[in-house]
Unconditional design. Sequence first.
Length: 518
Amino acid sequence: MAAQRSSTASASSSSSSLPLQPCVDESAFPTPEDFEQWVDKICCGGKLRMPGGETHKGAVEWLESELKSIEGLQVTSTEHDLRVWEPAKGETLASCSSLALGSKKVPIASTIAYSLPTTVTAPLVYIPSGTPLTAENAAGKIVVRDTSFPRIWPYAFISLISYFTTRDLPYFSRYKRPATDDQAIEDMLVGSKIGVKGYIDVLDVPREYMEGHFTPHDGIFYKLPGIFVGCDEGAEIKKAAKAGKEATITVRADVSESTTKNLTATLPGQSSESILYVTHTDGCSHVQENGPGALLALAKYFASVPLSLRTRTVQFVFNSGHLNLAREGSNFHSQALGKDLGSEVTLVVPIEHMAAREIEQYSRGFWTNGWGLKYTGKGELMIWAVGPMEPVIKAVREAVSRRKLDRVVVNRGACLPQSVVVPTYTSFGGLGTYYHTQLLPTTSIISGPWSLWSPYWGPKAVDYARMRSQTLALGDLYFALQDVKREEIVKPYTEYREEVTSGRKKQFVHYVPNPDVQ
C-alpha cells in the first residue's frame, strides 16, 4: 500500500522537509470486501464469543496471527482471569433453555446471560412493568414481565449536547432500541435476593428476530434461571399466569474458570507520543463486535506508511471481557494508562458497533401482538463523542465531512453534564467511558442498533462500504493532529486532573459490576 504524499515531496527527502500527510490515502486502503471477510472471521460467523470461551479464544488466536504477519508491528499480550458462563456444549442461547406450560413446550427466543443452570417448576405470576418485585408478590414464583424501554429519546434531544450533527438526522423521530433496556438486569438482581424461582422477559417483537438475543453483560451470576420470549408466546404465557398455571424453565449452561487475552499491536513512529485505537474482541453478532475489522485495516495501512510520515507511535488495542463487565479488559487497560496520563498518550480512540444498518419497528396490525422489525434502507445513528479538545473536535468535523459520513452526532458525551465532578460529561456510551473517566484524552464512536445483541440479522446487519468510510475517518484523525502539540491536545484533561489534585472537584468513578452482589 502506498502512502499519500504531496506531489512536491521526493522519496529522498528528509523527514523534516516532508509535508505532513493530510489524510489517509483511500486508493491504498482495504476494500469493503476485505472488511466483510475480516468481520466475519473475527465474529466467527455470528457465533457467541464469550470471553474466555473456546470460540472466542480461537478468534483471538486468528487475530493475533494476522497482526504478527504485518511487517513492523510489535505484538504483545496480557491475560486476566474470569469466570466463564456459556451455553452447554453444542447449544446456543436459543437452544440451551426450554419452557413448558404443563406438558406443552413453548418456543423461546433466548436465554438471559449468566442465568443459573437448573430446572425449576413454579406458579407463574404476571407483574406489570413499573411494579417493584417484592418477596410478597414474587417469591417462590416464575415472574413474567413485559420488556420496557424507559428511555425513548427524540433525536433532537440527543443533538442538544452535540458539537454538530450531519444534516440527515431524523430530529423528530424517537430513538427506541433494546440497548436502552436494563429492566432484566434489575429484575434478575432483585429476584436473586428475594427468592424468585424463575424469570420470563416478554419482548415486544416476534421471537424469530431475537433468537440468540444476548443480554445482560454485567458478568453477574444470577441465582435463578431466566429466558426471553417473543411477543406471541408472551401473550400465551401471560394468559397462563392469569389462570394461575405452573411452568417449568430449564437452563443448560456451563460455568468454568478461565483466562482471556488482550492484544496490543504497536507501530513505532518518530516519537514515543502515541495515539491508541481501541476495541474489543468478544461479542455475539456481526455488529457486536466488528471493531477488530476496522483496527486490522488501520494496522495494515499505517504499517505501509513510511516512518517519515508517522510522527507519532500508533497502537492498536484489542481488549476482551466486554461481555463480562465485572472483568472488562478495557477497564483494566484504562486504569493502567490513567495512573500516569500515560505521559505519552496523545489520544485514545475506542470504537464499537460500526456501520450498522438501521432497523425500526413497524405496526403488525391493530389486533396483533407486538411490533415487526425491518431495515429502513438507512444507516444506524452513530454517536461520535469527543472530550473538550478543540483540535480533535476540528479534526473530527473535517473527517466526517471529507468521508461524507451519514447519520452522525458528534457529542460532548452520552449524558447530561455534571458540574461537581470531572469529567463534566461522565459517559461516552461504551468503551470510551472507561478512558474518558480515567481523564485520558478520548474520542470514541458507538451505535446501538436492534441488531447489536441479536445474531438473527447476520452479516447483512453491517454496511461494509459504510464501515470502510467510517474507518477512513478514524485514520484521518492521526494525520490531522500531526502538527498539533500533545500539550495542546491533552490540556483539558490536564486541567481536569489539576481540579482533582487541588480538591476543587472530585473525579467521577465509573461503575463496575460486582459479581458477588446477590
